[in-house]
Design a protein around this ligand. Structure first.
Ligand SMILES: [Zn+2]
Length: 466
């Protein structure tokens, strides 16, 4: 049951150009938005520009909503829910697109700054599943916020503009690596070695009135931070600074059929989900899109999928529609259908033995559906029902969307989880779907442009027809 290569639907000329143009918009988004906060801000800005109202204003003004209205609500600036209200009462259920906007990276510790042998460094704690050895010797950027005691927020974004400096984690030279190279891969670089080098000039005695400056290189960095951001060392205590790969996402391959970039997981699903919401006219059922944080560390906390944010937002929405009741909210959630989107492992010819070829995802074969994910006997997986998979197949085939089905690698090779089962807890029908990625969780991941485009078309078909 081999699936056709989706590029064949787009011969060179206008048709192929549409795929390339769509991917170019995504490439720019991916280059600019490297944190969940930056993704949230981009989506909020575009939602407002495309006729979505802020649900916060609706709630504050006790305003009413009606069919055809479009609203969104941001969750602490790290994720959002969007709705396009349909004609049917909400308790009949929604068609929901879900994806996450956090990506693996290194976060600065709360006390990050130190000096050693006339070098200033920032200590980090990695976030999500990473092969630590991949994060050394590459240019890195710092993105995030520092919040001062009075609530002032300082935005940090340095390392991505061509004139910016970059940062990085060093690796041991090959000449002295005899011991290092004997270690297991997971130990070649260890968590506490992921310290980012940020400076090496000592603060001169003339620069400071006190005669002897202790830790002069660190002091010099603090002087620069004070000048540039008006912050003190203590302000790191209330900061969220993410260390991410520096530089733009780029076209990949002679034929420019792919994109290499940081954070495809899972922005390659979040971006087309968002635009499918914007580009689909209101219908009978209500459309919803949920873009969440913290998936990479277990969907925990107020901004992760486990939080009550979505449920509460649906209750607010029903209230503004004059349809609120406790039972109504439960019915709305239980009667919903969802595509829970996350990236799939693309078949890698360099590592063929990790995959089972009949049930692998391939570049160029379209949107991926995983009936189940999980590890070791499907553990932790949302196993979509055969009935629901049948319905999704029909929707995709009717809309001529290229799709494929896959598992995450060979049985007992590993595995992974998504947010699907959490939506499933409400009793709604949900299936894992998404885009295939090569180098998943590496600093630079790769996707196929035509898969991105088919995902966008598939999401539109789902919103309209589920
Ligand atoms: Zn991931």
């Amino acid at each position: 049951m081999e699936r056709e290569n989706a590029w064949k639907k787009y011969p060179a000329g206008k048709k192929r150009q549409a795929v390339m143009d769509y991917a170019e918009g995504y490439r720019k988004f991916l280059s600019e938005c490297k944190t969940e906060r930056e993704c949230n801000d981009y989506f909020v800005k575009e939602a407002l520009a495309n006729g979505f109202k802020n649900l916060e204003d609706v709630i504050a003004g006790n305003k009413k909503l009606k069919a055809g209205d479009k609203v969104f609500l941001s969750n602490y600036g790290k994720g959002l829910a969007m709705f396009v209200i349909g004609k049917e009462p909400l308790e009949k259920g929604m068609n929901i697109l879900g994806a996450h906007i956090d990506s693996p990276r290194m976060d600065l510790k709360q006390n990050p700054l130190y000096e050693d042998t006339d070098m200033a460094l920032l200590d980090t704690h990695y976030y999500g599943g990473v092969k630590k050895y991949q994060w050394v010797t590459i240019p890195l950027a710092l993105h995030g916020v520092i919040v001062k005691k009075d609530g002032t927020k300082v935005v940090v974004n340095v390392g991505d503009k061509p004139e910016d400096p970059v940062f990085g984690v060093s690796d041991l030279l090959i000449h002295l690596s005899a011991d290092q190279l004997d270690k297991k891969g997971a130990k070649v670089i260890e968590g506490e070695q992921l310290d980012v080098l940020i400076g090496s000039i000592p603060l001169g005695e003339k620069d400071k009135k006190d005669e002897k400056v202790k830790e002069a290189v660190k002091a010099n960095v603090l002087e620069i931070l004070k000048k540039e951001y008006k912050i003190e060392e203590e302000d790191f205590l209330s900061a969220e600074i993410e260390v991410v790969p520096a530089g733009d996402a780029r076209d990949y391959g002679f034929d420019r059929s792919m994109i290499m970039g940081y954070g495809h997981d899972d922005r390659v699903c979040a971006y087309p989900s968002f635009w499918a919401m914007v580009d689909t006219k209101a219908g009978d059922r209500t459309y919803a899109c949920l873009l969440v944080d913290k998936e990479e560390i277990g969907s925990v906390g107020a901004t992760g999928m486990e939080s009550r944010f979505f449920e509460n937002t649906v209750a607010e929405l029903m209230n503004a529609l004059g349809q609120y009741s406790e039972l109504g909210v439960r019915r709305a959630l239980a009667n919903s259908k969802a595509l829970s989107s996350d990236v799939s492992a693309a078949y890698d010819t360099n590592f063929a033995s990790a995959f089972e070829k009949k049930n692998a995802a391939y570049f160029g074969r379209g949107l991926v559906f995983n009936k189940y994910t999980g590890a070791r006997g499907k553990s932790g997986s949302n196993d979509a029902s055969a009935e629901y998979v049948g319905e999704v197949r029909r929707i995709m085939d009717d809309a001529k969307v290229s799709f494929q089905t896959a598992e995450l690698g060979k049985v007992d090779q590993g595995g992974g989880g998504t947010i699907a089962y959490i939506l499933g807890n409400y009793g709604m029908r949900v299936i894992d779907s998404g885009v295939a990625v090569l180098n998943m969780h590496a600093p630079w991941e790769i996707i196929s442009k035509v898969d991105l485009y088919e995902a966008y078309l598939g999401y539109i078909a789902f919103l309209k027809k589920a």
